[in-house]
Design a protein around this ligand. Structure first.
Ligand SMILES: [Fe+2]
Ligand SMILES: [Fe+2]
Length: 330
């Protein structure tokens, strides 16, 4: 650790990032700080390399957050952009470690994108970062063993950012079973990450309500797809992204919202997202409902909610999950 010259102490000069974002054996070109007893202290100097020892030490110290000066935000973002793809493709790094980097990075990125989009629309810069992230992780996610490793890390709760990341992982896993071109895959990935962005506009007492929603509250909740497309209206998003946000609650039997589209009128790629989205929400805990096991969730979707989903897509989800070692009780 280099001796600091002078370290600014004002809270609002820093932003926090997960220690996972300091990729091993890379240079950041920005200093990294820790907060100890309410004080910022220099942890790694501007040209210092992040090493596995750094990582181990942060772990030993129980640090869940490190800090970067807001003035270095652009440098930090460039650093993530330049290094993530290379790290995920590094065959010398154990798969479990790469999966951890992937999952930690995606949670971090989506959390920031959603936070920064409050209260207005999604900033262009955040969309650009999500697109870059999906591009850099596509190759990694296409590996059979990646989902297996990510699967052991996936945790479920009712936070929108976690739901978005998990839905992205499951959507991508099913998409891989079709022979789609790369551009479509990327657009669907971005769509999966952003599909619930409109929930930012739904009051949190409705989103986090401990028991079921009243009719009126349900009507408000169901505006999230339309509010979502409004949030990206000033960005030139692709048709896939737009469809993902607007139509992910449509159901094959026409019982969904906002348009009540049915069958083939629901874009094919959105049907994949709908299955991944519903599956994720069932296996996640909700304030008013216990989390289901993968087996229970798939059963609900193919029995109680039969007719709502494309059966071929459910079949592929089952294959993908069982191939990755999820306990389906089959
Ligand atoms: Fe939704
Ligand atoms: Fe969702």
């Amino acid at each position: 650790m280099t001796e600091p010259t002078e370290i600014p102490q004002a809270e609002d000069l820093y932003f926090g990032v997960s220690p996972l974002m300091l990729f091993p054996e890379t240079h950041g070109n920005f200093p990294v700080y820790l907060r100890q007893d309410g004080q910022y202290v220099l942890y790694a100097g501007k040209s210092e390399m992040f090493t596995t020892q750094h990582k181990a030490r942060l772990n030993d110290l129980g640090m869940r957050e490190v800090f970067v000066l807001k003035g270095h935000k652009k440098r930090y973002e460039r650093y993530v952009e330049e290094n993530l793809g290379a790290i995920l493709g590094n065959e010398e790094m154990p798969m479990a470690e790469r999966a951890q980097i992937f999952y930690g990075t995606s949670l971090e990125l989506v959390k920031t994108a959603l936070r920064e989009s409050l209260p207005g629309s999604l900033p262009r810069e955040q969309l650009r970062q999500i697109e870059l992230f999906v591009r850099q992780t596509a190759k990694f996610l296409s590996r059979k063993d990646a989902l297996r490793s990510i699967g052991s890390l996936i945790s479920h709760d009712y936070k929108v950012y976690r739901h978005s990341v998990n839905t992205f992982v499951f959507t991508t896993a099913v998409l891989q079973t079709y022979n789609l071109d790369e551009k479509i895959m990327l657009e669907c990935g971005v769509g999966a990450i952003l599909h619930d962005i409109g929930k930012q506009k739904i009051p949190s007492d409705i989103l986090d309500k401990p028991i079921g929603l009243s009719k009126a509250e349900q009507a408000v909740y169901q505006t999230h797809p339309i509010r979502g497309v409004a949030m990206v209206a000033n960005l030139a998003v692709s048709g896939e992204v737009y469809n993902s946000i607007l139509f992910h609650h449509e159901r094959m039997d026409g019982s969904g919202y906002p348009s009540g589209l049915a069958g083939a009128d629901i874009p094919f790629l959105v049907r994949i997202l709908s299955v991944a989205d519903r599956y994720e929400s069932l296996v996640s805990g909700k304030p008013h409902r216990e989390a289901m096991t993968p087996y229970q969730a798939l059963r609900v979707m193919s029995e109680r909610e039969k007719g709502g989903f494309d059966p071929e897509v459910i079949k592929r989800l089952v294959l993908v999950l069982s191939g990755a070692g999820f306990a389906l009780g089959l």
